[in-house]
Design a protein around this ligand. Structure first.
Ligand SMILES: *Cc1c(COP(=O)(O)O)cnc(C)c1O
Length: 377
């Protein structure tokens, strides 16, 4: 079955009880049992919820996994994946990460005896050199937020398996429509479904997928034991959103490509980061592991004053954190999403005061271009 059909049919079967074409919202905390030890397979809604199970089945199929587990946020999903580890374990993590994941690693998990090395994964030697006897996980994000760098997933998967470490990939930016890390050798995929999977800027949600039975069993245990589960309504909204994921992603990517091409030759732009541009230093690598380049673009405007002026002058691009919704957003990473990344690290990565990130929506692209033109003038 092809992607678009899977998105609309797997986990989205008509309700067995009533024939309802849309999966029902099971807003319940518990389930009646017939007698002691005799029940329908549903006991308590932290452990299982039918709406959640359908969404988990849908996302698992979209990511080419065997199972998926949903969480109350992307951050809760990342945190639960990290609980596969124990004190004394070491993780090699990409240094150009979502700020909240960096904060979770450096300010929370490190206090529990998990060690992290942060490396620039564009150079595979950095990954190899960071490996220790205690390395149990390699964690990356590609394309990265906000610098849009690409990790060679096939190569990093080979390094991970050669040392017996797990490869975990945050696939939030690409979505399974454009990139399926499990097919490229990753063991676990993580999403902030708050972004493209939800797609309408109306929910907070996370999800994890795997293609390994042993990991599926442990993740299911952790989902129940830690309990960072979502409500069923968010799962229901994600099922609704999955049905249009392919259509939305095609438009996000087409609009972003048109805007990136136009911005690249604009005199006010000092640098542009979009993996779909042939001038992106890792364009060929991106094209070898992604079937499209997504809707995220970062631009360097040169100064805080320029960034302030442009973000305030934009009318359709709303100044807000987050990304991946149908409406276009603009964000200033230094002051909004990446404040927790230390100054020197930000400077090394290129996250400057003049950097602005665009989440290109699915509006008519001519209106978006006109908005950018007047704001940059
Ligand atoms: C937003 C985001 C997260 C965190 O997800 P929440 O749903 O906000 O908790 C993790 N990774 C990436 C790449 C993100 O963009």
């Amino acid at each position: 079955m092809k992607f678009a059909t899977t998105a609309i049919h797997i986990g989205q079967e008509p309700d067995e009880l009533t024939g309802a074409v849309t999966v029902p919202l099971y807003q319940t905390s518990t389930y009646a049992q017939e007698a002691i030890g005799k029940h329908k397979g549903w006991e308590y809604a932290r452990t299982q919820n039918p709406t959640r199970s359908k969404w988990e089945a849908c996302l698992a199929a979209l990511e080419s996994g065997i199972a998926a587990y949903a969480f109350g946020s992307g951050s809760a999903a990342v945190d639960t994946v990290m609980r596969l580890l124990s004190a004394g374990d070491h993780v090699v993590m990409a240094e150009d990460m979502y700020g909240g994941t960096y904060r979770l690693a450096s300010k929370v998990l490190s206090r529990f005896g998990i060690d992290f090395s942060y490396v620039d994964m564009r150079d595979l030697d950095n990954v190899r050199n960071a490996i220790r006897p205690t390395t149990k996980m390699i964690y990356t994000e590609t394309p990265t937020n906000p610098m849009m760098t690409i990790t060679d997933l096939r190569a990093v998967a080979a390094i991970a398996s050669s040392v017996g470490a797990l490869l975990v990939v945050d696939n939030t930016f690409a979505t399974p429509y454009f990139q399926r890390p499990l097919e490229l050798g990753a063991d676990i995929v993580v999403h902030s479904a708050t972004k493209y999977l939800g797609g309408h800027s109306d929910l907070i949600h996370g999800i994890v997928a795997t293609n390994r039975p042993d990991l599926a069993e442990r993740l299911q245990f952790l989902q129940n034991a830690v309990g960072a589960v979502p409500g069923p309504f968010e799962c229901w909204l994600c099922l609704r959103s999955a049905k249009t994921l392919h259509v939305r992603m095609d438009r996000h990517a087409a609009n972003a490509m048109a805007i990136a091409t136009w911005l690249e030759s604009h005199p006010a732009i000092k640098a542009i980061h979009y993996p779909g541009l042939p001038s992106h230093p890792q364009h060929a690598l991106a094209a070898s592991q992604m079937s499209g380049f997504g809707g995220m673009i970062s631009i360097e405007l040169g100064s805080l004053e320029r960034a302030r002026h442009v973000t305030e002058a934009l009318r359709l691009f709303c100044l807000a954190e987050s990304l991946g919704g149908v409406e276009s957003l603009v964000c200033h990473p230094v002051s909004m999403t990446h404040g927790s990344v230390p100054l020197e690290q930000r400077a090394r990565l290129g996250i400057t005061d003049g950097l602005v990130r665009l989440s290109v929506g699915i509006e008519d692209v001519s209106d978006l271009l006109a908005d950018l033109e007047q704001a940059l003038a």
